[in-house]
Design a protein around this ligand. Structure first.
Ligand code: HEM
Length: 536
């Protein structure tokens, strides 16, 4: 780099010398002084630029994208429905595009080919999730699985989840908690037979209760248990709101210390309250065990044993434990319940689909029994319905944004280190070059086909891909399929007269129904006693 600079300066000097020869000696002296000063300044700036400019060795350009304003870039033009906005932009700028989001560069990927390049070909470079300020606070400084950077600590946490806490054996051992909550909800729906029910709300409560019961099981009973549950629910929904709120600190990290919207302060308050709940539950659990109570077979009991053992290979701290519990609740409740709500709305919109699900259920379970999780693998049509729901209404429409640890080249464009990468799965799942009649809800396309949730086909990525793929797929499948199977086995569902099942979406980290699902249950089992096996 230095050699061409010197050549250039030498050439400049020799042309200048021949010009100067034609001048008087006083003029010559003045010109030489100016020339010398200019050369020094020029050389210093050039060398500084050569050495200090970002080491982007490629000559590839940045991806195309809409022009932004000074300082804020494209921030003011962002449509809150980010998934559809990004999809529209990709129709103009192509499957990879760039947005300036304050001081951050945002890159949107909207094709399966480029998703593959990011998630597979450059897997390690793109293996970190971009951590919003509020998420950092709720996860004890980012010491959970979702936000820990790719490395040994993340591997240890992931192993705790995949091999132990969410393994088939552990999930089987906490099935009793899932079953109890689904049946309580059946009982509730039965009490409302013939009247409109806010199905979305009930499904959310059912899912959250399933997860909290799998976490701390029977630590508390009666009123105390109900109080704790409702305080916990309130905190979880407020924290999810904080994490999803657009935060100036995330677009201008240099301003984060001023916390201009007060999001960090509010989130810290919520995090302290949540920590108080964890402390109460852990304290109570310790007391029960000290009094000779049985070792609990729930997630909390399991994680406490790991903390107590302090095995060198799994140096789990109390903060890790609490942050992991947060992952299960926050990562698992909204995602699974919103998927179920969309599935129910789609099914109710197509009576043929509902009939076929019910025929399958009646053939496997009959009308004199209740659904059990062990039936799931005998329900291929319902499984296809859930896959199709996750295709058409991708629950995490932009996955969890990734952040590259190195500058790299994707699709011939430079992706700067530290930019925020949105993989627009919502658009990929509706891309006509990947799917026939992509806007049609058609579970048949997943029957007898190779599709699974592993992400191995980059046209279908509802749970992400690779090292950072969702850790809760098994748990989500069990909760979603068992709940849907039970609700359609026990009831026929109708929208209230004069209304129609609405399917419009509202963007969030987790996609929601714009209008919550309200429906009327009608019993369809032979024996009324089946509906009241768990009092709610
Ligand atoms: C329909 C339900 C669900 C959907 C659609 C979903 C989707 C996702 C997606 C898209 C990611 C990011 C993957 C990536 O970056 O490639 C993710 C990560 C994660 N999910 Fe889920 N998820 C669901 C249910 C659950 C459940 C039930 C749990 C709790 C057990 C859970 C826990 C997590 C965790 C801990 C991560 C972070 C994994 C890591 O970074 O290593 N998810 N999920």
């Amino acid at each position: 780099m230095i050699t061409p600079t010197l050549h250039f300066l030498q050439n400049l000097q020799s042309s200048f010398t021949s010009w100067v020869r034609s001048k008087t000696s006083q003029e010559k002296y003045g010109y030489s002084q100016v020339f010398f000063t200019l050369c020094v300044i020029f050389a210093v700036f050039w060398c500084a630029w050569l050495f200090l400019k970002p080491k982007n060795r490629s000559s590839s350009p940045l991806p195309p994208g809409p022009k932004g304003l000074p300082l804020v870039g494209n921030l003011l033009g962002l449509d809150p429905e980010l998934h559809t906005y990004f999809t529209r932009l990709s129709q103009t700028y192509g499957p990879i595009l760039k947005l300036q989001l304050g001081s951050m560069v945002g890159i949107v990927i909207s094709s399966s080919t480029l998703a593959r390049q990011v998630l597979k070909d450059h897997e390690v470079t793109f293996a970190n999730h971009d951590v919003p300020t509020a998420a950092q606070i709720v996860s004890y400084g980012g010491c959970d699985v979702v936000w820990t950077p790719y490395g040994p600590e993340w591997r240890m946490l992931r192993k705790v989840c995949v091999l132990k806490m969410l393994s088939k054996t552990t999930l089987d051992s906490v099935y009793v908690h899932r079953r109890q909550e689904v049946r309580k909800t059946v009982n509730y729906f039965y009490s409302k037979v013939g009247s409109p029910v806010d199905v979305g709300e009930q499904i959310f409560l059912t899912t959250l209760n399933m997860i909290t019961n799998m976490i701390w099981g029977g630590t508390f009973q009666g009123d105390e248990r109900d109080r704790l549950g409702s305080e916990f629910r309130e905190l979880v929904s407020k924290m999810t709101e904080m994490v999803g709120k657009p935060n100036v600190s995330d677009f201008f990290p240099g301003l984060s210390r001023f916390d201009l919207q007060g999001i960090a302060k509010q989130t810290e308050g919520l995090a302290r309250r949540l920590d108080g709940i964890y402390e109460r539950i852990i304290g109570q659990r310790r007391r029960i065990e000290e009094e000779g109570g049985e070792k609990s077979k729930d997630f909390l009991g399991f994680l406490l044993r790991l903390v107590d053992e302090q095995d060198d290979k799994t140096p789990l701290t109390m903060n890790h434990l609490k942050a992991l519990l947060g992952d299960m609740v926050v990562g698992g409740s909204d995602t699974s319940s919103k998927t179920m709500e969309f599935a129910m709305a789609e099914i109710m919109n197509q009576p043929k689909v509902m009939n076929r699900i019910q025929q399958e259920l009646d053939a496997v379970i009959g009308k004199h029994n209740l659904v059990e999780e062990s039936h799931i693998h005998q329900l291929p049509y319902l499984q296809a319905v859930v896959k199709e729901t996750l295709r058409l209404h991708a629950t995490a429409p932009l996955l969890v944004p990734r952040i590259p640890s190195e500058t790299s080249i994707v699709g011939g464009y430079t992706i700067p280190k530290g930019s925020r990468i949105y993989i627009n799965v919502w658009a990929i799942h509706r891309d006509p070059s990947n799917w026939e009649e992509p806007l049609k809800f058609d579970p048949e396309r997943f029957l007898n086909s190779k599709w699974d949730y592993s992400g191995s086909n980059f046209s279908y990525l509802p749970f992400g891909f690779g090292r950072r793929i969702c850790v809760g797929i098994g748990m989500a499948e069990r909760m979603i399929i068992n709940s849907l199977a039970t609700f359609f086995h026990c009831f026929d569902w109708e929208v209230p007269p004069g209304e129609k099942s609405d399917l419009s979406e509202k963007f969030g980290i987790v996609l929601k129904k714009k209008i919550p699902l309200v429906a009327i249950p009608k019993p369809r089992l032979s024996d009324p006693a089946l509906y009241t096996q768990c009092p709610y």
